[in-house]
Design a protein around this ligand. Structure first.
Ligand code: COA
Length: 149
């Protein structure tokens, strides 16, 4: 069944729900509290959430590096029960539209097939590999897209 969702700005008051989502989505890669706080509070970050029936279903954040005409998508996660309903794609589109920047980059585990499928379908392509980037020694693929929004 497809969920009705809305995409709106995320705020500090989302911290508790975001911690739960982070653990459900990222497990060993889950950010510590201090990084989640920074993501919700620091300037220069586009932070958006997907909400279903008042519940946090997904999150995305884009970190602007205006001087380099570059932004990094630093996180994108959708809770397991809301997946395959277009929420990540909608979050990505909404975030890209809010980034007044030419190049968008992100990193993803080499084995993260669902995410790589999503990004490639949305116009991202591989530009680099960070060897043994993750805590368990897995490589990160660095993907890039030229933003036309
Ligand atoms: C990757 C993730 C964000 C996708 O979220 P989602 O809301 O299920 O994705 P969407 O429904 O918007 O899917 C959009 C497209 O991505 C691709 N995709 C998503 N999940 C997929 C899967 N399990 N297998 C294959 N392709 C998949 C498909 O092309 C899909 O389009 P389609 O449904 O029309 O075929 C979600 O699985 C997740 O949160 N995973 C854990 C956290 C994570 O890995 N985040 C990315 C870190 S870089």
């Amino acid at each position: 069944m497809s969920a009705e969702f809305e995409i709106v700005d995320a705020h500090l008051r989302d911290l508790g729900d975001l911690r739960r989502l982070e653990n459900e989505c990222f497990e060993v890669d889950a950010w510590p509290l201090v990084d989640l706080l920074a993501m919700l509070m620091f300037p220069g970050i586009v932070r958006l959430k997907a909400v279903v029936d008042g519940r946090l279903a997904g999150i995305i954040a884009g970190d602007l590096r205006r001087g380099q005409n570059l932004a990094w998508i630093v996180t994108l996660g959708v809770r397991p029960e809301y997946r395959r309903q277009g929420i990540a794609r909608a979050l990505l589109h909404a975030c890209e539209n809010r980034l007044p920047i030419k190049t968008i980059k992100l990193s993803v585990r080499r084995s993260n097939w669902p995410a790589i499928q999503l990004y490639e379908n949305e116009g991202y392509h591989q530009v680099d590999v960070w060897k043994k980037y993750y805590v368990d020694g897995e490589d990160a693929l660095v993907l890039e897209k030229i933003n036309v929004s």
